[in-house]
Design a protein around this ligand. Structure first.
Ligand code: ZN
Length: 123
């Protein structure tokens, strides 16, 4: 990609990041459980039917992992926040990739310019 195109893409990423809504890191898992109470449907010997689904949200923040249950009514909201966070991460990762490439190209340009200056001074 050309330098100008990369710089434009970075500007686009910044605009997209401004529009980012409510977000949170983590993943949502569906769980079924067995309570073990005698006679309960979950321990039925012929056709056990486990309890659930329960939705479990897990995430790691500042090195600490947390797991919490999410009521099924709140699953759509949380799912949206998780999706938004993934988008946020993808955008920032792309920005870092572009920033690094842009910085390397600028460094090479500056180096070439310094070399040209020092050789012209010698003349
Ligand atoms: Zn049970």
């Amino acid at each position: 990609m050309q330098l100008e195109k990369m710089i434009l893409r970075v500007e686009k990423i910044k605009l997209e990041l401004q529009k980012i809504g409510s977000m949170r890191p983590g993943s949502l898992n569906k769980q079924f459980t067995v309570c073990g109470r005698p006679g309960c449907r979950c321990v039925d010997p012929s056709k056990p039917k486990r309890h659930g689904p329960y939705f479990q949200l897990s995430y790691v923040h500042n090195g600490k992992s947390t797991t919490q249950f999410i009521q099924k009514e709140l699953v759509p909201v949380v799912s949206r926040q998780l999706k938004t966070y993934k988008n946020f991460r993808a955008l920032t990762a792309e920005w870092v990739d572009l920033a690094l490439t842009i910085a390397m190209e600028k460094l090479a340009e500056d180096k070439a310019q310094l070399k040209a200056q020092s050789s012209s001074r010698r003349l």
